[in-house]
Design a binder for this molecule. Sequence first.
Ligand SMILES: [Zn+2]
Length: 293
Amino acid sequence: MKKKISFGTILILILLALLMRGVKQNETVQEEAKPSAPISESGDLRVHYIDVEQGDSIFIQLPNGETMLIDAGENDMGETVCDYIGAQGDTKIDYLVGTHPHSDHIGGLDTVIEAFDIGTLYLPDVSHDTKTFMDVVETAKVKGVKAEKAKAGVEVLKTENLAVQFLSPVSAEYEEMNDYSAVVSVTYGNNRFLFMGDAEYTVENQLKGSIGVYDVLKVGHHGSNSSSTANFLEQVQPKYAVISCGTDNKYGHPTQQVLSRLERFGCEIFRTDEQGNVVAISDGSEIHFETER
Ligand SMILES: [Zn+2]
């Protein structure tokens, strides 16, 4: 039987075809109008605790595409730090922090300043009469690097998901050079990282009460008895503790006392002297660690 196609059916088919074409065109237009994805808090936060033997150096790749370096180890570790950062594919350090003028923290900074494009250099407001300290200040000056004082309340960066700020130095003057340490707080989504530099119990006592809870603690002063007091750990409740120190160092860092204290508070401990470079990766809700060995 021959099927008759009515005029009405043809009209409906034509209308449908036009309608679908219209939808398709709309889709294309929308796609073209979409702006290219901005660099935002869509990436991971990667915190690299670089093995610089007895000293500190922490390279942070922020989820917004910017970078931060906290310390650069002793003078002879500058190249190691530069090589490490270079291997990550980064050429700029947006925020460079020298926690305090001791050589195991700022020693390699002059090499870093020479090698990379530097955004802002943060140092605490304290001077030190050593060549190491003067080298850093001079190199930054010659290169025209913008310098800011690191102190409690200074906000480096704040967006909805990401906050980087200094919690200390709280006071203008301290008896111990270690206590001038720039203490850095990084919050990404629900994950929080605390970097103590070499701050000791005096600073811990100043901070407790307002500090809040952190997932990862860069243990103060390489795991010395002068830091990581029970009162402080009770407040911070770190799940993970990272200790930056050298194998068989002459100071006996970290001490058994501090290790036991951290264990008592249920911390999983990472050590650069035993595991080499330690990397913490956060997606804003969960953190996992990778170690060199
Ligand atoms: Zn130190």
